[in-house]
Ligand binder design. Structure first.
Ligand code: ADP
Length: 135
């Protein structure tokens, strides 16, 4: 059905990740691809100068390792790690790479009282492509 699906993954949301990837696989047409994107929240520049040298590179490696672990056992999912505002980076990536569907969990586990989490709401409101919200 869809050719290019993006699954944003917040590291530490493990129960939702497996479900979101299953949904993405179900929605994927023949020859399509799935990308898993984790965004590291950008550190404001006034704080960055107080960080030990190499801290940002270490955060990148840690998130990349955690993403690889979450994807272990799932074949053919392309891992991507970016830094910035999660909602904006997800939209930007989707537009630049001609994503035709985003599969996103509605909120963090334990926050079921909210209709949509902040990142999920941002993506649903701003993205021009289809969005499948996993509840
Ligand atoms: P909450 O506001 O309750 O934390 P979110 O809307 O942030 O809920 O999280 C819902 C979903 O949004 C996550 O399961 C994930 O798909 C996506 N998401 C949130 N933060 C990130 C992030 N930093 N990188 C990638 N995806 C994210």
């Amino acid at each position: 059905m869809y050719k290019n699906i993006l699954v944003p993954i917040a590291i530490g949301h493990e129960p939702n990740t497996a479900t979101a990837l299953d949904v993405a696989r179900t929605l994927l047409g023949d020859g399509g691809k799935i990308t898993a994107l984790s965004v590291i929240e950008a550190i404001p520049s006034y704080i960055r100068s107080y960080l030990p040298e190499g801290q940002e590179e270490k955060s990148y490696r840690d998130v990349r390792d955690a993403l690889d672990k979450e994807l272990a056992g799932t074949e053919g999912v392309i891992p991507v790690v970016l830094t910035g505002h999660p909602g904006r980076e997800i939209l930007d990536y989707a537009q630049k790479h001609e994503v035709d569907c985003i599969v996103i969990a509605s909120h963090r586990p334990g926050f079921q009282d909210y209709f949509l989490g902040s990142t999920a709401a941002w993506v649903v409101r701003h993205t021009p492509c289809a969005v499948h919200v996993v509840r």
